[in-house]
Design a protein around this ligand. Structure first.
Ligand code: ATP
Ligand code: MG
Length: 234
């Protein structure tokens, strides 16, 4: 199967089971929301898929290949937008292009991404002089530059103003149209409702529900009601 397939993923920190027996899929061109209360295991799941932590159990595959062998095809945007303080926005893209050995011509793609995220006007500004939302968008631009097949985004809406949130939603929709599989964690259920095709809901590291927005909201009407009903029932 193409896209991301997660099979029985688990991660323990000492005796804390951060994630256990987690299985789900994200198909190409699909945006899946990873939802759950604080401490549910969303960041741990994204870190395991991005290769930042070693899972204790389970496997994940991207286009049928173990994901640890497909790192060049994965883009990851962390929750804390940490950028290089002394590199300009443009230089960040240059850094990524070199790190991924991108073919000549990446500059045009980079400029298009900066334009789409409204970062063009700050392309000469150094990382240390960017606002939190701009840093967030810069890291998204960096994660998109190498045209990943899987984009992992941790809490992308936090710190973005309403215009920034709208641009981000628009950008994620474009990424989706290009056939990229997108997995994003968020607490902002209205955004999840707006852009996600499906959601995966975690609680205490376990999957408690997954389905299309329609399936999840069929009984309660809104994603918020469904989420609260599911997580409070546990
Ligand atoms: N490095 C670590 N060492 C020990 N425990 C950890 C570590 N990272 C996470 N945990 C624990 O794993 C569990 C899941 O944490 P995680 O950060 O994945 O949750 P989350 O769903 O991203 O939460 P939030 O919504 O607050 O971002 C929590 O109990 C957390 O305390
Ligand atoms: Mg988190």
């Amino acid at each position: 199967m193409d896209g991301l397939r997660v099979e029985g993923l688990g991660k323990e920190y000492g005796d804390v089971a951060a994630v256990g027996d987690l299985s789900f899929e994200v198909r190409p061109g699909e945006i899946v929301g990873l939802l759950g209360p604080n401490g549910a295991g969303k960041t741990t799941t994204l870190h395991a898929l991005a290769g930042l932590v070693h899972p204790t159990s389970g496997r994940a595959y991207l286009d049928g290949v173990p994901i640890e062998r497909r790192k060049a095809l994965v883009g990851f945007v962390p929750e804390q937008p940490e950028v290089f303080p002394l590199l300009t926005v443009e230089e960040h893209l240059g850094f990524v292009a070199r790190a991924y050995s991108l073919a000549p011509g990446w500059e045009a793609a980079g400029r298009a991404i900066l334009r789409r995220l409204h970062l063009e006007e700050v392309s000469d500004r150094v990382g240390g002089a960017l606002s939190k939302g701009m840093k967030q968008k810069l890291l998204i631009a960096c994660a998109l530059l190498h045209q990943p097949k899987l984009l992992l985004v941790d809490e992308p809406m936090v710190g973005l103003d309403p215009a920034g949130q709208r641009e981000l939603v628009q950008s994620l929709r474009e990424v989706k149209l290009e056939g990229t599989a997108v997995l994003l964690s968020t607490h902002i259920l209205s955004s999840a409702e707006e852009i996600c095709d499906r959601v995966v809901i975690l609680q205490r590291g376990r999957l408690i529900a997954q389905g299309t927005l329609q399936e999840i909201t069929a009984q309660s009407g809104s994603l918020q009601e469904a989420f609260l009903g599911l997580t409070e029932a546990e």
